[in-house]
Write a new protein. Sequence first.
Length: 322
Amino acid sequence: MTPKTVRLLSLLVPTLLATSVQAQQYPSKPIRIVVPFTPAGSVDVAARALQTPLSKALGQSVVVENRPGASTMIGTELVARAPADGHTLLIAGFTFIANAVMRTKLPFDAQKDFVGVARIGADPYIISVHPSLPVHTVGDLVSLARTKPGQLTYAHNGAGSAQHVSGELLKQAAKIDVTAVPYNGGGPAALAVLGGHNTILISTIATVIPYLNGKRLRAIAVTSTGRSDLVKDVPTLAESGYPDFELTAKLGVYVRSQTPKEIVDRLGTEIVRALNTTEVKESLFRQGITASPMGPAEYDALIRKEIPRIQKIVREAGITLG
């Protein structure tokens, strides 16, 4: 063994031992789940559904901390700057990816500063139309759009949102010209279509269920590769002739990169275990979230593939958030 190797080992061994001890003692203090949104939204609901089972499993109190603002960047940066010890978690959905691919200046790097711990859900978005539009299928919509290039409009809940990106992905896949109209949230977007100001709506499923039940909107497709348990009779875009079409919420939990793998794996195991319980599943389902748990390795790999995929879509669509 060379002197250089000995010196290197003398530096590495204490670090490895400290990491091992840290993992064995985890958790050594209360755990924070940072929600980068205001209370009562779907992301907040998901965090609070996990709060009690995680506390019981890990033997420490779990606190949900709402840190909204700056399109989730305030809460996300807080976690990016926290110690890499597994005591500060981020729970986020599509906005985590949107910021990574649409913003030129971020106080963190989504791929370098974070690692995926577990997927909570991957619910699709839904495409619905005003009943006055002579459209009952995606094929009908595409045919009509091709006869009226640029004349049909779709409402969505804000520039760079998953709903917006879903609409642009449909335009690219079907080679149609439909005009995007942004609104400040899903509620206003739905009201615009109900009022006849737009003819097409791309939204969360929870937003439109009351209007579908009341026949005030007509659903034509969901954006996942498999049907949603929330609207089992609505076909997917994959079934409608676009087999590669997929865009879902991908709601999940993240921690700082460089968090010891043993801690990430333990967190992932306990979150997945909680998501498989009837109590948590039902709590999420009441808020329009279908639990679809996925562990650390698989989820982290999924997000690292998803970021460049979404980046390609938004570049072609010319979507930027500054």
